[in-house]
Design a protein around this ligand. Sequence first.
Ligand code: DAH
Length: 347
Amino acid sequence: MEDLKRIERSVLARARRAKAPADVAEIRAEVLGKKGPLGLALRSLGELPAEERPAAGQKINQLKGKIEAALDEAHARVQANARADELESGAQDVTLPGRRVVPGNPHPLRIVERDIIRALESLGFAVAHGPQVEHDWYNFEALNFPPDHPARDTQDTFFVSDAVVLRTHTSNVQIRTMVKGKPPIRILAPGMVFRHDEIDATHTPCFHQIEGLWVDDKATFADLKGVLHVFAARLFGPERKVRFRPSFFPFTEPSAEMDVSCALCGGSGKGGCRPCKGTGWIEIMGAGMVDPAVFEAVGYDPEKVQGFAFGMGLERIALLRWGVDDIRLFYENDLRFLEQFRPGDTR
Ligand code: DAH
């Protein structure tokens, strides 16, 4: 009994003095281990007279419980102290300058795409998408490019198989939209297109277009001109003039090309102006009234519906807008180039 009292006093005192979790663990191993004082006491029970053994065993177990509780408490205390020390030593110096967050910005082609969509949204156009790997029928045939027609040669095509191509324009989305739905239709189809072109300052085998389609029972060429006027004024500024020249596309009749007056020379073409090659005008898109053959292909009655379409290359618009002279810059992902384009930063 004397020994137990002594053990109790010394162990509890040590527990109180413990400073670190390791101190507590050490005491625990030493005192509660098999070879510790409690273990010895239990083993020496055999030396006592049989009638004293139960009471003595109980005492030893009680002491064991008490020591365990004291060690748990000591552990919680040193743990909390350690945490407090850590917080104090790692405290933040709130007077240090912050880390600079480098803001990202959209790719210039995305900026152009978004601005074109914005310019036309308020006229009721909604964005539509279609596949980049496309069946010949949607890319060509329904758009009135018959098989073996020379017009196909204008679109150097990547073939996936005889009947499947990488789309050469986003005009496939016109067809998909009309096949699925009924007029009135007003869509804008932006996206990536592919042509088998040699890479140079104005060509890349993959580029971007945005196409517009407006179909109802009364849309006229005058509506087409009105829409494109609004578009050009919003995108390039009200001071720019537009003109339409006759052209040819299999899927429109009549067809036109739209030019905007050159921003650099103000439309005069004087001084051998580079962007407009001295003409004062820059071609930016193709357009026209949807050919009746296209309506027939998608199951519309050309006597009952009419509409117009237009399509342009985003790279071309971006080159003009920012005076960039090499299309490859848009694809090299050099941050020194890309960082110069901020949304809302027109011309
Ligand atoms: N799909 C034509 C191209 O890739 C662009 C185009 C021209 C689209 C006239 C049209 C359009 O919708 O009416 O060259």
